[in-house]
Design a protein around this ligand. Structure first.
Ligand SMILES: [Zn+2]
Length: 110
């Protein structure tokens, strides 16, 4: 370090450290968001796998039955909602993170 210019050098170093801190916290926030998204997707995937397994075993049992009526279709949607998924057209098929969804409720009351 040049003896005369040390205050400038010090300023540059502290700027660099500040930039590094900012980059670090941006990176950390992105990482946290990715981890959260990953956990949400894992959970959603597990639930969907369970539903798929249930549904395919039920289908083979009910293969002889006729096509579903509207009442049964609504029943399936209610079940899907109770399993923790959205059935509203806003977020259909996504895992519900909040307890209740007003859109889903209004759909069920139609
Ligand atoms: Zn919903």
């Amino acid at each position: 370090m040049d003896q005369k210019n040390w205050p400038q050098s010090l300023n540059r170093m502290s700027d660099s450290i500040f930039d590094l801190q900012q980059n670090w916290s941006e990176w950390r926030n992105q990482w946290i968001a990715l981890v959260e998204e990953n956990q949400r997707l894992k959970l959603e995937n597990e639930k969907l796998q369970q539903l798929l397994t249930k549904s395919s075993s039920k289908k083979s049992e009910n293969r002889k039955l006729k096509a579903e009526s509207n009442g049964e279709g609504l029943g399936n949607l209610k079940r899907l909602y109770q399993e923790g998924f959205h059935i509203c057209n806003v977020s259909f098929g996504r895992l519900r993170t909040e307890e209740e969804c007003l859109f889903c409720h209004s759909f069920l009351q139609k």
